[in-house]
Design a binder for this molecule. Structure first.
Ligand SMILES: [Fe+2]
Length: 180
């Protein structure tokens, strides 16, 4: 894993170069989300929400490895490009921690933030896969990313079910959907 925050491409003129550029941002996003989910798991006071964030942290560690597999398949070194989207999400998380005094309301806001994060991740993977198709990249590059996309979509459905059912205080529902 590289700690470099510099862009892997300075001039992007074809879909393959755009793909590598965007992959570096997704890599940065997933790496940063591992730590953000650890923070959320610690700061959420609702036990079931906290366990859900811990579970998704483990999944995100796997997603980081899958993005590294995509770089490997490209014959490129895994490289991070600072992604302003994930930086914004992490800043929003810190803002909730500082501004929302009520624990139940804070848990509810964390749930919304988790949904926003999944939506951004899903859109990012969809974009990457569309660019990969344009660039004519092989399954060895796209399969790990499609696996991550499927996992993010599943997580989004769980989070939306939880939010739709009234928020993170419905522990029984959370256990039912996370054990599926
Ligand atoms: Fe992810």
């Amino acid at each position: 894993m590289s700690d470099s925050q510099s862009p892997p491409e300075t001039e992007i003129r074809d879909p393959a170069a755009l793909f590598t550029y965007d992959l570096a941002a997704v890599y940065d996003m997933e790496v940063k989300l591992v730590d953000a989910l650890a923070d959320l798991s610690e700061t959420a006071t609702n036990d079931n929400l906290s366990k859900g964030f811990a579970l998704h942290r483990t999944e995100t560690e796997t997603q980081v490895r899958r993005v590294e597999d995509a770089f490997d398949a490209l014959g490129a070194e895994p490289t991070r490009r600072a992604d302003p989207l994930v930086d914004g999400l992490i800043a929003a998380q810190a803002q909730v921690e500082g501004d929302v005094a009520d624990a139940a309301l804070r848990n509810r806001r964390y749930l919304t933030l988790a949904i926003q994060t999944e939506q951004i991740e899903i859109t990012s993977y969809e974009g990457l896969l569309a660019t990969a198709a344009k660039a004519g990249l092989g399954d060895d590059v796209t399969d790990p990313l499609a696996a991550n996309l499927g996992q993010e979509e599943k997580t989004l459905r769980k989070l939306e079910a939880l939010a739709g059912a009234g928020g993170p205080d419905l522990g029984r529902l959370w256990r039912r959907i996370t054990s599926a």
